[in-house]
Design a protein around this ligand. Structure first.
Ligand code: PBG
Length: 328
């Protein structure tokens, strides 16, 4: 006679030890990249209203912060700069003494290879238009923009960056940057492209943090519509053909399907960027006492990993690392 129930799946959930033995996805500090905002000319830390516990740092505080991040065993940081000058050509993004260039050199000289340095390659913080490319007339000049993006990447490579991360969504940005880096003999600098960066309302707290809101129009002529998953895969495919080393899906939480699909379809590392709005949602609810911040953070990061991300750029990197370190 058949026993009932015929399957007892609860057996493997009986206690913490057994659950731990059969745990399929295990978040590690090695899955995390910590973003840092550094502002030129700043005297002391400045909080970011829409991103509780996130600050803009002056250059003088960078090494302290990197030490904290490195003490948590997080393997990499992602740098975003806020320059004191913006202009039409975004020159402050690639000058030798630019804020990100100085930050890279400061971290490299104090930490050597102890932590990997990733840097955003984009123009929106640096252009008076607030757009990610160079404006010519009323339009973005794609091919001029990729020249400037290349100059930014090469200027960062000169300072010792490990990974350049173009986020402008200009066509051909990966091949232009690869060629520029190779010609300047930075053949080992890694390109991690924001391959499928969507036109998303989840970025608004970041625009507050990095002062990069477009002064007119929006980013819909360059960022991928969130309604177009096949177009997102074409973007990933194009970057791979252009020689990218690591692709990225951005944002993360509403885009888990695309992370999973990119992981299945392609054989390059897939990163995910859990963006400012995802952070703000959790922080806002946690500050009201409506959710448990630690538990929700663990659940979100684990879910992004479960979807297939090889690692995650996240404002929860430090909290995530603390939780992981405490439980191991
Ligand atoms: C700029 C850039 C943005 C983000 C990363 N790089 C904003 C944008 O495209 O408007 C968003 C990151 C976040 O929201 O955390 N190219």
């Amino acid at each position: 006679m058949a026993t009932f129930p015929s399957k007892r799946l609860r057996r493997l959930r009986v206690n913490e030890n057994i659950r731990s033995l059969v745990q399929e996805v295990r978040l590690s500090v090695n899955d995390l990249v910590c973003p840092i905002f550094v502002e030129e000319g700043l005297k002391e830390k400045k909080s970011v209203g829409s991103m509780p516990d996130i600050v803009r740092l002056p250059l003088s505080e960078i090494s302290n912060e990197v030490q904290n991040i490195s003490d948590l065993k997080i393997p990499a940081v992602m740098l975003f700069g806020i320059p004191s000058q913006k202009d039409e050509s975004g020159a402050s993004a690639y000058v030798e003494n630019g804020i990100v260039q100085r930050t890279i050199s400061e971290i490299r000289s104090n930490f050597g290879d102890k932590i990997s340095i990733m840097a955003d390659v984009c123009l929106c913080q640096y252009t008076s238009s607030g757009h990610c490319g160079i404006i010519n007339g009323e339009k973005i000049d794609n091919d001029l923009s990729i020249k400037t993006l290349t100059d930014i990447a090469v200027s960062q490579a000169k300072m010792g960056v490990d990974v350049v991360s173009p986020s402008a969504m200009m066509d051909g940005q990966v091949s232009a940057i690869r060629k520029g880096l190779d010609d300047a003999n930075f053949k080992d600098v890694i390109i991690m492209s924001h391959s499928a960066k969507h036109s998303s309302s989840f970025y608004s707290p970041f625009r507050d943090a990095a002062e990069c809101a477009p002064q007119f129009g929006d980013r819909k002529t360059y960022q991928v519509p969130f309604t177009n998953p096949r177009e997102a895969m074409r973007e990933v495919e194009a970057d791979i053909e252009e020689g990218v080393d690591i692709v990225m899906i951005k944002p993360a939480l509403s885009y888990l399907d695309l992370i999973a699909e990119a992981k299945k379809k392609f054989n390059v590392p897939v990163s995910a960027y859990s963006v400012s709005g995802e952070y703000a949602l959790v922080k806002a609810a946690a500050n009201q006492g409506w959710i448990n911040e630690n538990e929700v953070t663990n659940e979100i990061l684990s879910s992004i990993k479960r979807a297939g991300a090889d690692f995650i750029v996240t404002y929860f990197a430090k909290l995530g690392a603390k939780l992981i370190n405490e439980n191991s």
